[in-house]
Design a protein around this ligand. Structure first.
Ligand SMILES: [Zn+2]
Length: 228
């Protein structure tokens, strides 16, 4: 697997994991705030994991598919340009490498090498004329990465409650909060690594955003506890 492809899957995984953790823990803290039983946490938590995770996977698939269709359409246009006006399209390639400082016979060699293979020629024109590059990731695999991250990482917040089904524990919500906090820090750090930002800052940012979402949800659950 090439590096770009791997990066795309890791990015999808991180986004899925973020959303899965934020939304599932929001459900957990909403239910805890309302003082409902752990089995309700599990039912609502699992429902969120699968319904929301599925919807995220679908939107990731659709977004990837329309990016791909857009790319293929532009490719078709450039193939037409090459057919109709090869001289102009070759000059564009020449200009690209001229700007990068290539001259003389080396420049000629590069241009004829690139324009010798239509696939390469079109790819070069795509970045030159349209500013797009082929991400080469598959929409379906992106969607699977998003969904599986959502479900697996998102379920971490539910683990103490699932455990409590078999062996009652007192502090399931506290444990869930600690697990989720650690997950936010780790996912935030991974995100920082992908977008090449300060890893520590990125981890803390995720921790606070997730914390605010959870606090809001807890507050709503607490305020509405009389309804349940
Ligand atoms: Zn063109």
């Amino acid at each position: 697997m090439d590096k770009e492809k791997l990066k795309s899957y890791v990015a999808d995984f991180v986004y899925g994991a973020t959303d899965g953790t934020v939304t599932t823990f929001a459900v957990v803290s909403g239910v805890a705030g309302a003082g409902l039983s752990p089995s309700i946490v599990i039912i609502l938590g699992l429902a969120n994991l699968f319904a929301d995770g599925f919807s995220m996977g679908i939107s990731s698939y659709l977004a990837g598919k329309s990016r791909r269709e857009y790319y293929e359409r532009l490719k078709g246009i450039e193939a037409q340009h090459i057919k109709k006006n090869p001289y102009h399209e070759r000059a564009l390639i020449r200009e690209m490498f001229w700007k990068r400082g290539f001259r003389g016979s080396l420049l000629d060699k590069i241009v004829s090498k690139i324009t010798g293979k239509k696939e390469n020629w079109i790819d070069m024109l795509m970045s030159k004329e349209h500013g797009v590059i082929d991400e080469s990731s598959s929409p379906l695999q992106d969607a699977v990465a998003t969904f599986s991250a959502f479900v697996t990482i998102g379920s971490i917040s539910l683990l103490p409650f699932i455990y409590a089904l078999f062996r009652p524990i007192e502090h399931a919500f506290l444990l869930s909060t600690i697990f989720t906090g650690l997950t936010f820090l780790l996912v935030g750090a991974a995100k920082g690594m992908i977008v090449k930002r300060n890893v520590m800052l990125s981890a803390l940012e995720m921790f606070f955003i997730g914390g605010i979402a959870a606090a809001l949800s807890y507050g709503v659950g607490f305020a509405l506890q009389g309804l349940a």
